[in-house]
Design a binder for this molecule. Structure first.
Ligand code: BMP
Length: 261
């Protein structure tokens, strides 16, 4: 299934979730549909990467629980970089418990994710109550949920009927849900959702732990999703800044080609 609407046009359709709208606008303005997964294990490394590639990306994706020296100063510095370079912060927490527990996991504990993250990932496996637990916080702070509709890893159980049900759940909760983590645009994914795809790399097709990679042009042109999420392909390269520029250029050209087809 193709999407031929521009990010600008889709920002106007995305009036039920403020963060979806913000991201579509940012992509149009910055001419970038690149997100980087900053899976590094110290504050200094994540911040150095964010400063180096910030001008190339629209979203920086974190896993804060892998940072060994995490503290509140990290969040302050990351926020400052996100304002300097104009990117959004995405904590890939993959919430999956009952609503009441998730509420605490989102707002409390060491990380207080609700205070600084613009978007977070949510599994649908526990049912729609999980979305309700974010509602107050998400609407008040204008952030967005990304539902895991498909995964990039080999043997993933997020397929078929499950994927369809995730899309239906998102449609019932358009004020909270800004989009999906998925591997392709499905016919029932409305245009006001942002589709983000991990498992993207130019130089490898897999890792040794089940990750599977596609190229940026295949994902954006053939699979018609919107944002590529690249981790090791960028942060493990010799020169992350120029590698990020390369992925950004390919992904944006692919988006423009898709529009003109
Ligand atoms: P890498 O490009 O280094 O393989 O990293 C991919 C990133 O995307 C990781 O942070 C991983 O947690 C995340 N991810 C994924 O790889 N596949 C999914 O289906 C969902 C993810 O969030």
């Amino acid at each position: 299934v193709k999407s031929h609407l521009s990010f600008q046009e889709r920002s106007q359709l995305a009036n039920c979730n403020k963060m979806a709208q913000k991201l579509f606008r940012l992509m149009s303005e910055k001419k970038s549909n690149l997100a980087v997964a900053a899976d590094l294990t110290t504050k200094a490394e994540v911040l150095k990467l964010a400063d180096a590639i910030g001008s190339e990306i629209v979203v920086l994706k974190t896993h804060v629980d892998i940072i060994s020296d995490y503290d509140e100063d990290f969040v302050k510095q990351l926020k400052a970089l996100s304002e300097k370079h104009k990117f959004l912060i995405f904590e890939d927490r993959k919430f999956a418990d009952i609503g009441n527990t998730v509420k605490y996991q989102y707002q409390s504990g060491v990380y207080k994710i609700s205070e600084w993250s613009d978007m977070v990932t949510v599994h649908a496996v526990a049912g729609p109550g999980i979305i309700d637990s974010f509602k107050d916080s998400v609407l008040q702070k204008e952030c967005g949920l990304l539902m895991l509709a498909q995964m990039s890893s080999k043997g993933s159980l997020c397929v078929g009927e499950y994927t369809q049900q995730v899309v239906e759940m998102a449609k019932q909760n358009q004020d909270c849900v800004m989009g999906f983590i998925c591997q392709e645009r499905l016919s029932n994914m409305p245009e006001h959702f942002v589709l983000m795809t991990p498992g993207v790399q130019l130089n490898n097709t897999a890792d040794t732990l089940g990750q599977q990679y596609n190229t940026p042009d295949y994902i954006v042109q053939e699979k018609s999703t919107d944002v590529i999420i690249v981790g090791r392909g960028i942060y493990q390269s010799q020169d992350p800044k120029s590698e990020a520029h390369k992925y950004r250029t390919i992904a944006w050209d692919s988006y423009e080609k898709r529009l003109s087809k």
